[in-house]
Write a protein that binds this ligand. Sequence first.
Ligand SMILES: *Cc1c(COP(=O)(O)O)cnc(C)c1O
Length: 398
Amino acid sequence: MMNENFDSLIDKELADLEEKALKRQLCLVEGFQGEKIIVDGRQVLNFCSNNYLGLAGDSRICQAAVEAIGEEGFGAGASRLVCGHMASHRRLEKRLAEVKGAEDCLTFSSGYMANIGIITGLFGHHDVIFCDRLNHASIIDGIILSRAKMRRYPHRDMQVLEGMLRNTAGFKKRVIITDSVFSMDGDLAPLDRIVDLAERYDCAVMIDEAHALGVLGKHGGGAAQHFGVEDKIDIQMGTLSKAAGSFGAYCCGKKKLILYLVNKARSFIYTTGMPPSTAAASLRAIEIISEDHSLREQLWRNTRYIREGLKALGFNTMDSTTPIIPILFGDSQLTLQFSRRLFEEGILISAIRPPTVPRGSARLRLTVTAKHTKGDMDHLLEVFKRVGKDLSPEILVE
Ligand SMILES: *Cc1c(COP(=O)(O)O)cnc(C)c1O
């Protein structure tokens, strides 16, 4: 007999979420990952993946994984420090360090684990962390677990950040941590100003390039490359799970930082190495990203087309300047309704609600990819026009 008290409390919490239009549910994707996918048995246009360049289903990436399985087997067999540090892992790390203009690199099994491991490994209760209010949940969780003092500044507000930097003497390590592209708003951290402040107030900088790798920078190296500040950022973290179409994450920096993390990052030490084939797939993706600029150029053409189109229809796309385009509704119920109507029309865009975004800022989060065709995009805009007039004429800006 299972515990009844426990069961009824779970029921109550779920009912509560349902009532607030905050309950989430998994939907099943069958077949290939791409710009058209089959969800719950029906083919839809996918406008919500982070697969910006379409590499998740690219035959070259799949081939690289298959070849690595032939050479190295599937599982890593152990944690990296024991005997699971394999040739594909090291090749990937060397290439990432080159692309990032860093001395060295360490890969982790996921972005979530990287942030937890890097932040808890480096910072503790004698230290202070300055954190943008909209940083990704994995950064926040890392800071909470680290027990360092967290000072959150309003989103991209450099004036408040400077005030905080001025008034925090007495801590040992000091670091500013920020997403470089914000995952729910699609805007950019002002990295040029952040590195200036860091220099002036004697503070380290860590960035999370999850949505910037492959998307920004002359060679797709990310936002630090875009701003030309790679050599001023102490800790360059990013993921291989978004534009690279693979899985895993990295931290680039000085040799001694990497050696330190090998010794101190618990989410690196106490977990099995990622399958070497995953590392090999990531390496192939990094090569494609840094050598072939055509996918990235197509991504930006598509991004401009959709953002301008939505704005012309009167939708509020916030301050987005990247392929992440939020469409702000505010109300969770309305956002959910809009998302359901889109699905009926064959378009998949998920409703993003609290606690992923601040209360009262529920939105659709549309993401553009290089693989969407003009026909796909025109269909999207036509449906938005129709459903917008129908469901939410009051939110449209004239
Ligand atoms: C997606 C994301 C992560 C987590 O990366 P995973 O590899 O999916 O675990 C971390 N930081 C940011 C900013 C992200 O968008």
